[in-house]
Structures are given as C-alpha cells and as structure tokens.
Design a protein around this ligand. Sequence first.
Ligand code: ADP
Length: 165
Amino acid sequence: MSIAIYPGSFDPVTLGHLDIIKRAAKQFDKVIVCVMVNSEKKGLFTPDERVDLLCRVVKGLDNVEIDSSHILLADYAKSRGASCIVKGLRAMSDFEAEFQMATLNRKLNPDLDTVFLTACQDYTYLSSSIVKEMARYNVKLEGFVSPLIEEDVNRKMSEQLNVKK
Ligand code: ADP
C-alpha cells in the first residue's frame, strides 16, 4: 500500500492545502495529513484545533487521515510506514527551502522520497498567513478557506484581537 505524508502547520487549513490533499489522495492509497507541532511557534489555533478543522474539511475523502506529531518528520514517516512526503509548491521562492528539506529527509531516512505538486493557479498566492491577515481586517474569507471553517477562523481571530486590547 502506498502511504504518503502531507506535513505542515495548517494554521488554518486553506483551500490551497485542500487542493493538494485531494490531488494527493488520487495518487496514493492513503494520505496522512500531519500537523507538525513546533513548540517554539505559537499559532492562531492550537494543534488540536487545527486537527479538528482539517477533519471537518476532508470529511468524505475516505483515504485521508488527519494526525499531529511533534517528532522529526523522517521518524514520523517511518513510524507510519510511509514511503513518500507530499509538498505543495507555490512559486520558485518555496523551492529552495523545500529542496533542502527533501534532501535532508532522504539523508535521515533513505527510503523516504518527496514529491512536489505544483499549486493550482487560483491558489498560488494563498497561505495561512494571508488568511490570518484577511481575517484580522474582516475581509470575507470566501475563496480562501472552506465555508465549513470560515466562522471558526473569524471567531478565533476576534478572540485573539480582544485579548490583545
Ligand atoms: P502555509 O505556508 O500556508 O503556512 P504550511 O506550512 O501549512 O502552509 O504548508 C504545508 C504545505 O502546503 C507546504 O508544502 C506548502 O508549500 C503547501 N502549501 C501551502 N499553501 C499552498 C497553496 N496555496 N497551494 C499549494 N500548496 C500550498
């Protein structure tokens, strides 16, 4: 069985991420979308909340599983029996860092390969940071995130802004 890991912060999951998840799910028997927890980076959503948002937007995609991990990606992939990491490439600016990570991960785990899916043209500009910036200024999130989670992002952002006041 071909198992791929799609790692990221997903703070929150965007339509760009979702497009990559759906396309990867066509290429692999199983795709594990993994929220990589970095204790030094505090996000808008907690890791558990990000997992919950992901679970809601991938509902119905039967070969997609959502998980989170705080261990090294190469070790996590090994522990899940995955042979591949999937990454989305938005622009050449993504390439250098991704190329470095892919090379490192293959060094750490020689059985682990990385495949890159180029971003859908409509989403090349889209990132979780852009979504948070839009939410901060009350821009409607239609076309940025799934309608299933729009309200959660708006609510969380206004909670955060109120705490800072
Ligand atoms: P972000 O940059 O949005 O904070 P993550 O760190 O969660 O995203 O990224 C996880 C993976 O998803 C990375 O491989 C990243 O290149 C990819 N990705 C992010 N946004 C998009 C998009 N709009 N289209 C395609 N791939 C994307």
